[in-house]
Design a protein around this ligand. Sequence first.
Ligand SMILES: Cc1ncc(COP(=O)(O)O)c(C=O)c1O
Length: 401
Amino acid sequence: MSIISNKEIFFKHIAQTSKAPIGLEIVKAEGVYQYDSTGKKYIDLISGFNVANIGHSNPKVIEAVKQQAEKYMHLIVYGEFIESPQTGYAKLLTQHLPSNLNCVYFTNSGAEATEGALKLAKRATNRTNIIAFNKSYHGSTQGALSVMGDEYFRNAFRPLLPGIIHVDYNSDEIFELINENTACVILETIQAESGIAIPSKKWMQQLREKCTEQNTLLILDEIQAGFGRTGTLWAFEQFDIVPDILLLGKALGGGMPLGAFISSRDLMQTLSFNPALGHITTFGGHPVGCAAGKAASQVLLNNNYIKNVKSKEELFLSQLNHPLIKRINHFGLWISVQFDSAETAQNIIHNCIKNGCITDWFLFAPDCLRIAPPLCIKDEEIMNACSVILNAINDQQKNFA
Ligand SMILES: Cc1ncc(COP(=O)(O)O)c(C=O)c1O
């Protein structure tokens, strides 16, 4: 009988999302490291795309998962029973959010949070139009794809949701477009997949004012930006604005699948009548996911991780000097290193992974290398990771000189 390797099964029986998956076979992850099936150690510079903000396999999270799994897992569809992992986590989250964001709808994923928020905006305002941004990413389901800001990724799946206008991020053209038909404006507080785009504080505040003036709901997607990534618990704190609906995901579940849209009790209750069950989900707010997420958030809040983001960001920036680097965008422990072409970036990324440093590119910026490590990364680990990156850049320079 022939033995089929996991690699063969992966390429044969696991659905692929691209022609060139990274294809590492990881058998263990702990802190800022992942280990492959040959025992090789990798430093994780992307936190599984901003999920492992407190690092992998934190003992407090593992214990919370075990304890909850022993009590109960799924009981009934979301919203029917009082489940203490959900109420406990909702209490913790709302204690750390502005007072209008006092009601949490837990979902399975970030994309489902986007779907729920768009439905809530339509239902609560009785309007149909939505404004979204070029180069935005809010998930891959049909509604989320409709607001995504890139035609290459949207086109094959048309028809999508009608009534959506896309505009440039951080550009004043939006102020003319918000009117009495606009249900909501949806944006990432920091636009991730364009290679970390940072809006001006003035623009964000004007956008907030314009939405308030027109009774349009402002939806901020902090699925990547939340949970300390930018140096504050929520990125919107740095713009002195508060959204009407906040989207969370990724680090929300502490490594388990979990998303949420969070709004005011008044707005949220519109999903419970006309029609009742305005958004339903079987596994949303899964008890084990909520227990893990709450434990992870407590670890984040009880350590100095968020306080230390700025100095660690500066350490990365002080090291990343090389003539091949064209530009660096950064906002907290979230850094995009741009090269002259996608090909150069891919070669360098490939070389970094080969040399024990997990990094990647950005969906709409394939010429940029992604750095978003667990916030618990130590200074010497940053130094080591930067030397792997710089060596990879040097190799690229030598090979193509
Ligand atoms: C900003 C943003 N919004 C939404 C999503 C969708 O989340 P999920 O992949 O959990 O559906 C993502 C995922 O990458 C994201 O980065």
